[in-house]
Write a protein that binds this ligand. Structure first.
Ligand code: ASN
Ligand code: ZN
Ligand code: CA
Length: 325
């Protein structure tokens, strides 16, 4: 029979952490019984199926280096656990489908694969090892980003193109970032950068304070923004979220100039995330675009804090500050 235990994960990105494991048949598995039975598999360079469940006789997974192939498995397993705990402890959401059942993770996908992805059809997430210029894609913000695609699919269902696609991507960046803050990991502390641990150059993939710093993303809404790739049209909502949470002044996290010259004072991560989550799960639909996102978040803020609250007024001000009026 199977016994739930606490093992050790010596991760690449996040140091030494506790991982939920299961003792079965005399060996320990990356199988987290406390979180819906989330399992982590090694694809060993393959691109389909589940490969092999990651097991270990000593209940110690990885040595913190990439020479040990269980190291990135530990990263993925830890990221899934922190994402589960964030949604459960913040919103009472019991897994991606809110049914108590876990997804699963796959690592060592393909060769030199510098991406990670969520797949609704397998209800699973997959990580590449990176390659030239890249480390494995198993950072906390990416784990939170990918699993949040599953949450979006099972709630608003934002269509993955046009403005709704940008909102879908931004939802993943927002909650990936909230997971990173939630984990409070000394080696990977919270920030408003996406993928800052992934490139050997140190350059993040995306910047929420000023999305155009990546050279492609939009800081401000315009009528053509929905024609951009979804990872760039997301910039408008990432910028909105940063202004709502942190504000427009320069801070240790960055300097976030508004599109209309206004000043916005942030209401903090917890309230900003609560507003976005309620908007996503109550008001947004598959065809919601930026104008609808403004309405949805205002409705959410009114429900949570009242329509005369500072929080409601800040949602309005932050959208106006990214030219969504
Ligand atoms: N890593 C990418 C993402 O989650 C994969 C994709 O393009 N969908 O956005
Ligand atoms: Zn994404
Ligand atoms: Ca980050």
């Amino acid at each position: 029979d199977a016994i739930q235990t606490d093992g050790t994960g010596n991760t690449f990105h996040s140091g030494s952490v506790a991982v939920g494991t299961t003792l079965s048949g005399g060996t320990y598995q990356l199988n987290d019984g406390a979180r819906g039975g989330h399992k982590t598999y090694d694809l060993n360079g393959g691109t389909s199926g589940t490969g092999t469940l990651v097991t270990n006789a000593a209940n110690v997974f990885g040595d913190g280096t990439l020479a040990d192939r269980q190291t990135t498995a530990a990263d993925a397993h830890y990221g899934a656990a922190e994402t589960w705990d964030y949604y459960k402890n913040t919103f009472g959401r019991n897994g991606i489908r809110n049914d108590g059942k876990a997804a699963y993770s796959r690592v060592h996908y393909s060769t030199n694969y510098a991406n990670a992805f969520w797949d609704d059809s397998c209800f699973c997430m997959t990580y590449g090892d990176g390659g030239s210029g890249w480390y494995p894609l198993t950072s906390l913000d990416v784990a939170g980003h990918e699993m949040s695609h599953g949450v979006t699919s099972n709630t608003a269902g934002l269509r993955y193109s046009g403005e709704s696609g940008g909102l879908n991507e931004a939802t993943s960046d927002i909650f990936g970032t909230m997971v990173e803050f939630y984990a409070n990991n000394a080696k990977d502390p919270g920030d408003y950068l996406i993928g800052e641990k992934l490139r050997t150059s140190g350059a993040p993939l995306r910047y929420m304070d000023k999305p155009s710093k990546d050279g492609s993303s939009a800081d401000c809404w315009s009528r053509s923004v929905g024609r951009l790739d979804v990872h760039y049209s997301s910039g408008v909502a990432n910028h909105f979220f940063y202004l709502l949470a942190v504000g427009s002044g320069s801070s240790s996290y960055g300097n976030s100039p508004t599109c209309n010259g206004s000043t916005v004072t942030g209401i903090g991560n917890a309230k900003a995330a609560a507003i976005w989550y309620r908007a996503l799960t109550t008001y947004m639909t598959s065809r919601t675009g930026y104008s609808g996102a403004r309405t949805a978040t205002l409705s959410a803020a009114a429900d949570l804090y009242g329509s005369t609250s500072t929080e409601y007024q800040t949602v309005a001000a932050a959208w106006s500050a990214v030219s969504v009026n």
